[in-house]
Ligand binder design. Sequence first.
Ligand SMILES: [Mg+2]
Length: 112
Amino acid sequence: MQRENYLIDMDGVLIHGNKMIPGADEFIQRLKKKGKKFLITTNNPSFTPGDLVHRLKTFGLNIEPEQIFTSAMAGMGILTMLSMAAVFLLCLWFLRDPRVLAHFRTVTHERR
Ligand SMILES: [Mg+2]
């Protein structure tokens, strides 16, 4: 059985600036209707999947948080894969995504 899954870049493919790319809504609807699995991807780590679901909804695109894959999530995957005992992260976006944050224990001060 051949599986057909889709990775769809968000910016420039589904939306551009404050506008939806014409036909993006129909494309997503068609994937849903056919039961195809897809992920909306973005290289912008500033927003959580929840933020992006809300943003896409303003364009009429109804996407579930589980259908969003951000670069923050990819970063988490790399850190997990490297099995590092301790990582010093100097970035706020990591701390905004509960799905990413769930994989780490954070400290807000220097441990001695
Ligand atoms: Mg793009």
